[in-house]
Design a protein around this ligand. Sequence first.
Ligand SMILES: Cc1cc2nc3c(=O)[nH]c(=O)nc-3n(C[C@H](O)[C@H](O)[C@H](O)COP(=O)(O)OP(=O)(O)OC[C@H]3O[C@@H](n4cnc5c(N)ncnc54)[C@H](O)[C@@H]3O)c2cc1C
Length: 398
Amino acid sequence: MRPNRIDSTHATRVVIIGAGPAGLLLGQLLTSAGIDNIVLEQRTAEHVSARIRAGILESDTVDALQRAGVGARMAKEGLVHHGIELSFNGDRHRIDFQALIGRDVTVYGQTEVTKDLMGARRSAGAVTVYEAEDVELHDFDGSRARVSYRKQGVRHEVHCDFIAGCDGFHGVSRASVPATSKKIFERTYPFSWLGILSDTPPVAGELIYARHERGFALCSMRSTARSRYYVQVPATEKIERWSDSRFWDELRYRLDAPTAEAVVTGPSIEKSIAPLRSFVCEPLRFGRLFLAGDAAHIVPPTGAKGLNLAVSDVLYLAEGLIAHYEHGDAQGLDQYSERCLRRVWKAERFSWWMTSLLHSFPDSDDFSHRIQEAELDYLTHSDSARRALAENYVGLPR
Ligand SMILES: Cc1cc2nc3c(=O)[nH]c(=O)nc-3n(C[C@H](O)[C@H](O)[C@H](O)COP(=O)(O)OP(=O)(O)OC[C@H]3O[C@@H](n4cnc5c(N)ncnc54)[C@H](O)[C@@H]3O)c2cc1C
């Protein structure tokens, strides 16, 4: 077969690359507005819906999912949290979101958000091509774009008005833009998060962020019966070196004594290491191509912002596309990049700050250590400092 031969040609208004939360939510919003779209995803639906990732939804994310018609199960099964706790120097300190700013967050796993969006897309009869191989973007700087892909040996080409690059950090969309047309801002961290999921009751009703001289730890959850725990490990760490019992011992070591005592251990049902990175690509629009979510930016998970940022990008993009198709109004699309980036950089700042506050840095000196302690002391004793944390954690207004 000739490599460039096209066997089948289709047309749609918007091709969405990637069926993660960004791509599926955009598809849902466009389909609801009667705008024809196709989602191309390189993996199987089962693989996508089983990926264990984020779990904290800002209140605006919850509202957006409800308005998009995919909030019913989340309303029943999501856990509303009115605050978080910080653990350091042997004590726990609560940040009470409700008292400080009158808002809260919801614990509802990314796996569940993804399943709800997939279900809605299936019910609407919208097209998703799973296991789409060799996806390529063409002519997005011209008057009409194209996306080609291969499925079961057949090469397809889709003609479209716009391409939404929602294909995550390692996707093809951002990589298709020439280096001279984009500017990359990046910071890598000398550590990763080792996470486990276990069918054990969470140690506390809210998340506990722990700072300890051996490194950061996080007690999180997915439900009242399923816990998610993390410990900071060196960036070079290997998962094989971590038995479940070693993990539980290290986690307990980093928590204050009453919390450590209360941890219920059990076999892990998932265990993985995730590197920490801050990354932004500017701009987010290249002619007819728009980047959204992790395709455009990455935050370290400390501030629980990744999934929420993906949702806010998609809301701006959907608004812009709907205004374009319904009223011929280009303003939303023209301002897409600038509007997203203002929010993205504030989330980058907050995620970097939370990471710097709570992790042990291998090259840290006594001065940096004292600064970390002063920050934590300030948070413990100042309502203004706690309010600033609460406002950012719960999500800044769009
Ligand atoms: C291991 C891990 C743990 C995380 N933990 C947290 C957390 O605790 N809290 C938090 O807030 N955030 C967390 N995040 C971040 C959060 O999960 C992401 O911000 C969120 O998934 C972004 O959604 P997205 O749709 O933009 O990208 P993704 O979810 O990455 O979806 C992109 C989709 O595009 C597909 N794709 C990629 N390349 C191609 C291609 N060439 N062709 C077609 N399809 C393609 C991928 O298969 C994928 O389905 C984590 C991320 C990772 C990787």
